[in-house]
Design a protein around this ligand. Structure first.
Ligand SMILES: Cc1ncc(COP(=O)(O)O)c(C=O)c1O
Length: 385
């Protein structure tokens, strides 16, 4: 069997042909920066960026495309939102399943004595309950920030209930969709979110260096800028524009990347989220069933497939997971990830700190044959270990 790539939670390696073509076409046919000149290729770049905005707005069901702000990844988007909203004396609620993209900016602000943070402890399967969140709300709680799904255990958090709770209690809600955008339905308007942060290079099938956030018009007024500079608009003024998306989008955009991102999102729409999700879940079930039949293998995640993304973590009794990942790659050309997956709190929560887990994350282009080959290879390695 050819190489098997099972690290889609890190980045989707296989991109649709249309994504590669769009990146190439951008440099072949456009090559200029949007909003920086009145000549045709700059106008064409502007149209391309607008079309990408429209495509993202449609995917997340956002009222107007201006509410889509581009950054270089979800880490930048989350930093932007957290640091743009939070002020001295604020209290923040988050969960113990967060990626360092949420934990580190919060810890940084807390260390500087500016904010207070409560980490709601998930159970050993990575699940948290909205009741726990409700109990943690204080008078000075400004916002709730959570991931949609754990990048370690694959657990899907109850975001509709959390969004409801945040609305009822007058909290801002920032959602990290790094592990779910492009696979799960994410309706910004129905969920009534304040900020939905996304990354382009995972489930959205775009290139690295793309991502951003969707923001409600009310929240946009409350959020300060972190980065100011050229926007190509109202250039007669020395002050940052206060309208969307320019308020938060300074500096030359990754137009080449956005061309690819648009093609990725268009591919997803053509295939259908349901088709993508069902394919990934079929393979996930196949993988989990296979793991269950292997002696010594423990699945570190939710017990039910309804609460599980296509990311599955395991530990293996008496086996060094780093070595196992290495053998899978070196001898069988199966790419997985071992260790702590940039989420140390999540590992402490599910009991896999400091060794971490061996993570298999499935993408739309994986096949049943690849899953069977992976299981057979793992069985063979463990037999000889
Ligand atoms: C839940 C979660 N949040 C944030 C990130 C950071 O993504 P990026 O590196 O694209 O900013 C990741 C990436 O692994 C993730 O899984």
């Amino acid at each position: 069997m050819k190489e098997v790539y099972l690290d889609n939670a890190a980045t989707s390696r296989d991109k649709p042909e249309s994504v590669l073509k769009a990146i190439n076409d951008y440099y072949q046919e456009i090559g200029c920066s949007p909003g920086r000149g009145g000549y045709e290729c700059s106008l064409a770049a502007g149209r391309l960026v607008l079309e990408t905005r429209l495509s993202i707005a449609e995917l997340f069901e956002v009222a107007t495309p201006e509410q889509v702000v581009f950054t270089h990844n979800v880490t930048h988007a989350l930093n932007y939102a957290l640091k743009g909203f939070l002020e001295s004396g604020d209290h923040v609620i988050t969960t113990s399943m967060e990626h360092n993209a949420v934990v580190r900016p919060l810890q940084d602000l807390a260390k500087a004595g500016l904010i207070e943070v409560d980490y709601i402890a998930a159970d050993s399967q990575g699940m948290i309950s909205p009741e726990q969140v409700a109990e943690a709300i204080q008078e000075n709680t400004k916002l709730l920030v959570t991931t949609h799904a754990s990048n370690v255990a694959g657990t899907l958090l109850p975001i509709a209930e959390l969004a409801n709770l945040a609305k009822q209690e007058g909290l801002l809600y920032i959602l990290d969709t790094a592990q779910t955008a492009g696979v799960y339905d994410l309706n910004f308007s129905d969920l009534d979110l304040d900020v939905l942060a996304f990354t382009g290079h995972k489930g959205l099938l775009g290139p690295t260096g793309t991502g951003g956030f969707v923001i409600s018009k009310e929240a946009a007024k409350l959020m300060d800028t972190l980065i100011e500079g050229g926007t190509g608009s109202i250039s007669d003024r020395e002050y940052q524009p206060d309208f969307l998306p320019d308020k938060f989008e300074s500096g030359t955009l990754n137009t080449m990347g956005l061309a690819g991102l648009k093609a990725g999102v268009d591919f997803i729409k053509k295939e259908g989220l349901k088709t993508i999700r069902e394919h990934e879940l079929d393979l996930t079930k196949r993988l989990i069933e296979g793991f269950k039949s292997l002696a010594g293998v423990s699945i570190q995640g939710p017990g039910s497939i309804e609460e599980q993304t296509s990311t599955v973590s395991i530990t293996v009794e008496g086996v060094d997971l780093g070595e196992l990942s290495f053998i899978l790659d070196d001898e069988y050309e199966i790419m997985t990830r071992s260790g702590l997956h940039c989420a140390p709190l999540a590992h402490k929560t599910i009991g896999t700190f400091p060794e971490g887990t061996l993570r298999f994350s499935i993408g739309y282009f994986n096949t049943p044959a690849e899953i069977d080959y992976t299981l057979a290879s793992l069985e063979q390695i463990l037999k000889e270990y």
